[in-house]
Design a protein around this ligand. Structure first.
Ligand code: SF4
Length: 325
């Protein structure tokens, strides 16, 4: 089930994922780092961690058979109402209506629902509307049809009402109010965080750290760094963050580049520096692991997409370190 992700983006990852993990047993037996490496670049890493955990739960608690009832399936890691309804209806033909963004848009127009689609308290209203429409004999076909209708016919802009099979029943169409639905609350602008990142070089190797297993980008590797404080310049922030996070004293050798990246709830600007190791022994405060690696070993570790945007420019970090001793 795809949420906030386009099919075309996912397809190559999906194929590769199936090549590595052709069945539930192989996924359950894999270690998390391998799963994250195969998932790398797709974002939403909590989904990879949850899928992996869910495979293990099914393998251990359900003898490898995916539970086909709401109670057990809904309790699997990463499974919410949307995933449970989608899997149980489409895979097991059980009468649960799926509510996603496309479905909400169709329902909002079909029934002229005034509640904003992006307000959490509206969920029940859309859920009730979908339940009333659901064909309990054919929930798999119904759910896929309404999701597809939202994706290709009842699109956000210029819906193709002329060829829509729901045209006769659609209140928004019949009252010439299609443009007025769905109602939406104005989204607040995403906060922007400015972050300094240091690529610490020592003996032709660079330091990478691993994020804690839970939370944003959990389990992935990255270069040490952190938020630049108000009135602080990026270089000072880089040196301070490295001291706080890995307990090393470093000196800035050069500026690498600036990259920008957007997550679902915020945006970041990263200023990346080559840093020379001066002294200290790594002591972690935040990360759960670290490695000194050669740059040609970087592909062995899963990194967030924002890091991949500057990794091609890092050769100069070890090169400048070699030159200066
Ligand atoms: Fe959407 Fe138009 Fe069909 Fe109504 S008639 S459901 S607005 S495409």
């Amino acid at each position: 089930m795809l949420q906030q992700t386009q099919v075309n983006t996912v397809l190559p990852y999906y194929r590769e994922f199936l090549e590595h993990f052709p069945d539930l047993k192989s996924l359950a037996a894999a270690d998390l780092q391998t799963v994250l490496k195969v998932w790398e670049g797709l974002g939403y890493y909590a989904r990879a961690r949850n899928l992996h955990r869910a495979a293990r739960v099914v393998a251990e608690a359900f003898d490898g058979i995916i539970p086909a009832n709401w109670q057990d399936f809904r309790k699997l890691p990463g499974v919410g109402d949307y995933i449970a309804a989608a899997v149980l209806s489409i895979a097991f033909n059980q009468p649960y209506a799926v509510i996603d963004g496309n479905v909400k848009r169709v329902l909002a127009r079909l029934r002229r629902i005034e509640s904003p689609v992006n307000k959490s308290s509206s969920y029940k209203i859309f859920r009730d509307a979908a339940d009333k429409l659901l064909d309990p004999e054919n929930p798999a076909t119904f759910n896929q049809a309404i999701m597809e209708l939202g994706a290709v016919v009842c699109t956000p802009n210029n819906p193709k009402c002329a060829c829509c099979p729901l045209q006769r029943d659609c209140l928004a169409y019949r009252t010439s109010m299609v443009e007025g639905y769905p109602k939406k609350l104005k989204a607040a602008p995403l906060p922007l965080y400015h972050i300094a990142v240091g690529v610490v070089a020592k003996n032709n190797q660079v330091l990478i750290t691993q994020r804690k297993p839970e939370g944003l980008l959990g389990g992935l590797w990255e270069f040490p760094g952190g938020r630049i404080e108000r009135d602080e310049d990026p270089e000072t922030a880089c040196i301070r963050e490295i001291k706080e996070e890995v307990n090393l004293i470093v000196k800035i050798d050069s500026y690498v580049t600036r990259v920008k990246h957007a997550y679902t709830h915020f945006k970041i600007v990263l200023d990346v520096f080559c840093c020379r190791y001066i002294r200290g022994k790594v002591k972690l405060n935040g990360p759960v692991d670290h490695r000194w690696i050669r740059l040609n070993q970087i592909d062995k570790f899963p990194f967030p997409k924002a890091n991949h945007k500057f990794i091609p420019y890092l050769k100069r970090c070890t090169a400048s370190h070699d030159k200066k001793g």
